[in-house]
Design a binder for this molecule. Structure first.
Ligand SMILES: Cc1cc2nc3c(=O)[nH]c(=O)nc-3n(C[C@H](O)[C@H](O)[C@H](O)COP(=O)(O)O)c2cc1C
Length: 332
């Protein structure tokens, strides 16, 4: 069974992917309750952390109940990355993850995120320095390569392992692909099959059902699956995969009562954590998925996503439960 440093994980763990503006403490807590084995924060700018930018610092908050939790940072400057390791450690995460995969222009243009895939030596030396600078396990999340002509992930993963990286999560797309096309898990399997690899190799990209997770485990032989988009507004994906692994059968989708309860708690935790205005605003993106597939739902969805005060959103949840409480969800 895989281990990240001293953290013992179950067989084929499920990891909640770092997602900007999504993987905040309330959402991570809900995913943890539904079976996520490791959760990650969204990426946090090392430059923002060392400037003590309020937005970056707030992202360091973690709840005890979500452990093991990894804080993900990005940057390309050695000094800033090392300083931010010290700042991050004060939040006492279980893992520090380095983002070497973000494809967004503003990150890449500074040589950070996936930008570093153009300079593998720097990627390795940054990782080495961070491993030496911290007592926490340092993990890496990256992509297959910069573009189709530069996929050297087998060699890259081995070099990262050799400088002390404790686990690697690989998104099966290149930077050039952004989010287009299908994720290709073949190069990730090649990483896992490298006889020199002994750290966990987690697969990422397009795991969105129990079947795809099973394929990643059984056909590709990876050590675990990292799940992003399929969890947005649907934290039950984790328990559904686990149930399928254990029984070979599909768990019934969550009832309306469970969905309303999750939406309510999500909103309440968000308000408790970041205040009424941001809490109401930033939880909106999850509602569409919480209540997907209900006919004639538009009026209620609009209330949830346009109300500016939490009392109106909570009232909309009550209405939904009353009106659609008997709705039978058939598919995820
Ligand atoms: C809204 C959103 C925000 C993301 N933010 C981050 C991030 O902060 N750090 C990171 O490493 N990847 C980030 N990603 C990429 C995901 O972690 C993941 O690699 C990608 O979505 C593929 O996995 P999936 O098919 O399971 O979604 C983000 C993806 C989405 C959709």
């Amino acid at each position: 069974m895989p281990k990240i440093g001293d953290i013992q994980l179950p067989d084929f763990p499920l990891l909640l992917a770092p997602m900007e503006d999504v993987s905040d403490p309330p959402f991570r807590a809900l995913c943890k309750e539904q079976g996520a084995d490791v959760v990650y924060t969204e990426f946090i700018s090392s430059e923002g952390l060392i400037r003590d930018a309020e937005k970056s610092v707030m992202k360091l908050d973690i709840y005890e109940k979500e452990r093991p939790v990894g804080i993900q940072i990005f940057g390309a400057n050695l000094e800033s990355m090392l300083q931010s390791v010290e700042i991050v450690e004060k939040s006492k995460p279980d893992i520090i993850d380095i983002n070497f995969g973000c494809p967004v222009k503003k990150v890449v243009s500074r040589g950070a995120g996936a930008g570093i895939l153009k300079d593998i030596d720097l990627m390795v030396s940054l990782t080495k320095a961070m491993v030496e600078h911290s007592n926490l396990p340092i993990t890496v999340k990256t992509r297959l390569g910069w573009d189709d002509d530069s996929i050297r992930i087998v060699e890259v993963a081995e070099r990262l392992q050799d400088v002390g990286c404790a686990a690697i999560s690989i998104h099966g797309r290149t930077r050039a692909q952004m989010y287009k096309g299908n994720a290709d898990w073949n190069p990730i399997r090649d990483v896992k099959n490298n006889p020199r690899m002994h750290i966990p190799v987690f697969g990422n990209g397009d795991v969105n059902s129990p079947e795809t997770a099973m394929k990643m485990r059984d056909e590709y032989g990876l050590d675990g699956a990292m799940i992003g988009r399929a969890s947005i507004g649907y934290p039950w994906i984790f328990r559904e995969i686990k149930h399928f692994f254990e029984t070979g059968t599909h768990l019934a989708p969550p009832t309306m009562e469970e969905r309303v309860d999750a939406a309510r708690r999500h909103l309440q935790m968000s308000i408790d954590w970041k205040g009424e205005i941001l809490g109401v605003f930033e939880t909106r993106r999850h509602y569409t998925n919480y209540f997907k597939g209900i006919p004639n739902f538009k009026e209620y969805r609009m209330k949830m996503v346009t109300s500016d005060d939490s009392a109106s959103v909570f009232a909309a949840f009550d209405e939904v439960l009353e009106k659609f409480g008997d709705h039978k969800f058939t598919t995820v």
